[in-house]
Design a protein around this ligand. Structure first.
Ligand SMILES: Nc1ncnc2c1ncn2[C@@H]1O[C@H](COP(=O)(O)OP(=O)(O)OP(=O)(O)O)[C@@H](O)[C@H]1O
Length: 683
């Protein structure tokens, strides 16, 4: 731990007094906003109602953002600048939000403001006019307990930054993820403060801070681009509810209370009723399905074999079949499906109008609309270009082998067999859809009618797991917005994973994205990273080996036991882990985990099972985690049961094991009766 200036020096007292003053000022700001009248404009038309609602919402958000959270310190650092660097301020306190004294003078400056940047960037060789950097220590109840100074001039070099970072990482975990705003590292800061456009994509080994970077970047972008982003909004997409629950408090602690955090299934689909075999889901998620769907949909458009005869009074106007053929083929090239139907009716009507004009009539637009809506035109359009809904097309594709074969010539026969339903429902109306189907329906929906993609910014965490079709669906939702794509290809556990960042960005239609790499592992001690990295030659041979920034004494223990004493050894490992501070997880193959939870409970350990409710990680000290839910989470100590069973449970089991082995902040204890996977035995 860093040795902070001990309590009760006059200087610490002065800092405490300043903190009290800042709290009082924030309380005044809150009261001011709370009691500020919200302007209401009279009238009940849509515009007026919309303006009133927006004003009320903005007021609510502003008030919420000023709530003084009891466990979040108001500032965490201080910069002493050379005199005259910033107008009338030689010293600034840096915190999670701006606090002023009511008369215009800042007391605490938001970490996102440009003047705060040197807190993260200034070094002795590039001081940026900073004389001294001060970092504060707080108790869990946000009481100021001490501070540490880092002078940037003079001969006395104090390398306190690393010690401070280490102390922050090793502060025992209780409850959900916390922010890292006091210790963001320069390579992370680069990404956090990268402009809104172009998109960025971060490949990073476990525990390099990708999730933290993504969340802080959202807070930063909302600070610098609030107006632009307020229109389309910001969405964070995470792999599952447990993960989202784990990260849910970071943005509110940074003063941002209005960001949607959601799983991909919630964003794109309704809850899925059916499930797919891994191979079926892989094929359904493959990029080639986009082509299959396009062909299937457009095969509904037929070749006209007859023209129309339009009658008005005693007159007849004939549009020949070959003219309709030309119109249809021109439209096929240039529109989406649904507007194409309307355009076909209008173009045929236009051809009738031309005939009318040739006969000396002078029809106007109303006549054209009437012709487009007339019975012969409607009948022809319905026959040649029928109305379809996504479910109808997909139902036919998965239940009619000939139709599938016609549409899917670039899938292999085995792949086609994998997606064909064995027992199709009678009609598309009674079909039950899987999560992968829902993504295909989404694509079809967009092929039929362009869907607006208005999101301002999209953060995709664990993006290595998304299928091509999911990425396309996400990309559509932020066609003009930008994205922060975060992930680690070595942690790709889904059979449908897109494979490389180039491909991910291509499917997302963000090929302009800047790809960056984070390789300093903050979470996992070096000994554990080195052990887990033995899997890399098999699971991600092109990736470099990450480096851990810390070593921790006795970080890794591997115990082999026999079947008989397996449970006792496991219970003993959990019991030992619980003697340390902070959170403890037992991670095991999904099928094994609830049995192990019962064994731990029988031994009196009071474990919770992750996934039963959303808040196990907030309250229980010992959580049993199914291997498939471990992604993105971390615990002070982790006990892993039977790695070989985790590997054999799924096609990409080695990738899953890599995820599981990299969850511990201080200690990893492996207990196994079955031999370890061969790769882990390599020297
Ligand atoms: N600059 C930092 N200061 C303090 N703690 C940090 C810093 N960077 C990362 N950490 C800590 O390291 C841990 C890992 O961070 P995070 O979960 O963001 O990593 P990740 O790259 O998303 O990992 P994974 O790929 O395993 O999901 C977190 O506890 C985070 O708070």
């Amino acid at each position: 731990m860093v040795e902070l200036i001990p309590a009760e020096t006059p200087e610490l007292e002065a800092e405490r007094a300043f903190l009290t003053e800042a709290h009082a000022a924030l309380a005044r700001m809150y009261q001011d906003v709370l009691h500020r009248e919200i302007p209401v404009i009279g009238g009940e038309d849509n515009d007026e109602r919309f303006t009133n609602e927006s004003n009320a919402l903005a007021h609510k958000q502003r008030t919420q953002a000023l709530v003084d959270l009891p466990d979040v310190p108001l500032f965490f650092g201080r910069l002493d600048y050379e005199a005259g660097t910033i107008e009338e301020l030689d010293r600034i306190y840096i915190g999670r939000r701006h606090v002023h004294d009511g008369l215009g003078a800042p007391l605490v400056i938001d970490w996102r403001a440009p003047v705060s940047v040197p807190f993260y960037r200034a070094t002795r060789s590039d001081r940026q006019r900073v004389l001294l950097r001060r970092r504060y220590g707080f108790s869990d109840a946000a009481e100021l307990t001490g501070f540490e100074d880092e002078p940037l001039i003079g001969t006395e070099a104090a390398d306190v930054a690393d010690a401070f970072l280490r102390a922050e990482i090793e502060r025992p975990r209780t409850g959900p993820m916390r922010d890292i705003v006091a210790t963001i590292q320069p390579e992370q800061d680069d990404l956090v403060r990268a402009p809104l456009h172009p998109s960025i994509c971060v490949q990073g080994a476990p525990g390099t801070g990708k999730t933290a970077v993504g969340l802080h970047r959202v807070a930063y972008l909302l600070y610098t681009e609030r107006e632009r982003l307020s229109r389309g909004g910001v969405v964070i997409v995470g792999p599952n509810r447990s993960f989202l629950s784990y990260i849910r408090k970071v943005l509110p602690a940074l003063g941002e209370v209005d960001v949607r955090q959601i799983t991909i299934d919630e964003l794109i689909t309704q809850p899925a009723a059916a499930s797919d075999e891994p191979e079926t889901a892989r094929v359904k998620g493959d990029a080639r399905m986009a082509h299959v769907l396009r062909r299937a949909l457009w095969s509904y458009v037929g070749t006209p074999t007859a023209g129309i005869l339009y009658s008005k009074g005693s007159r007849r106007y004939r549009v020949h079949d070959y003219e309709v053929v030309d119109i249809v083929s021109a439209l096929r090239e240039s529109t989406r499906y649904a507007p194409g139907r309307n355009a076909l009716a209008q173009r045929i009507a236009h051809a009738v109008l031309v005939l009318m004009e040739r006969r000396g009539e002078s029809p106007d637009d109303r006549v054209q609309n009437a012709v487009a809506r007339s019975k012969p035109v409607k009948e022809l359009v319905d026959a040649v270009w029928p109305r379809v809904v996504p479910e109808q097309v997909l139902h036919r594709l998965f239940s009619d082998a000939d139709f599938l074969a016609q549409s899917a010539d670039d899938l292999t026969p085995d792949e086609r067999a994998a997606v064909l339903w064995r027992k199709p429902s009678r009609s598309w109306k009674s079909a039950t859809w899987s999560a992968a189907d829902a993504v295909l329906l989404d694509e079809l929906d967009d092929l039929i009618e362009r869907r607006a993609g208005s999101l301002g910014h999209l953060v995709l965490d664990e993006a290595q797991d998304l299928s091509a079709m999911q990425l396309r669906a996400l990309g559509r939702r932020c066609r003009t917005g930008s994205a922060t794509v975060l992930g680690d290809v070595a942690q790709a556990t889904t059979p449908w994973a897109a494979g490389s960042w180039d491909r991910v960005l291509d499917h997302l239609e963000k090929t302009d994205a800047v790809v960056a790499e984070l390789d300093r592992g903050f979470r996992v001690p070096a000994q554990i990273i080195d052990f887990a990295a033995k899997l890399l030659p098999e699971i991600a041979p092109t990736l470099g080996v990450p480096s851990g920034v810390r070593t921790v004494a006795e970080a890794l223990t591997v115990v082999q036991t026999d079947e008989l004493s397996f449970l006792d050894t496991l219970v003993a490992a959990c019991r030992a882990a619980l003697t340390g501070e902070g959170s403890v997880a037992l991670i095991a193959a999904d099928e094994q985990v609830s049995g192990l939870r019962d064994a731990l409970a029988a031994a009196g350990l009071q474990p919770a099972l992750l996934g039963e409710t959303e808040e196990e990680m907030d309250t229980a000290r010992l959580v049993c985690v199914p291997a498939t839910l471990a992604k993105g989470l971390e615990f002070d100590a982790v006990v892993v049961a039977e790695p070989a069973r985790i590997v054999s449970a799924e096609p990409r089991g080695l990738h899953r094991l890599y995820v599981v082995l990299t969850r511990a902040v201080t200690r990893l204890h492996i207990v196994h009766a079955t031999p370890l996977p061969a790769a882990l035995n390599q020297r």
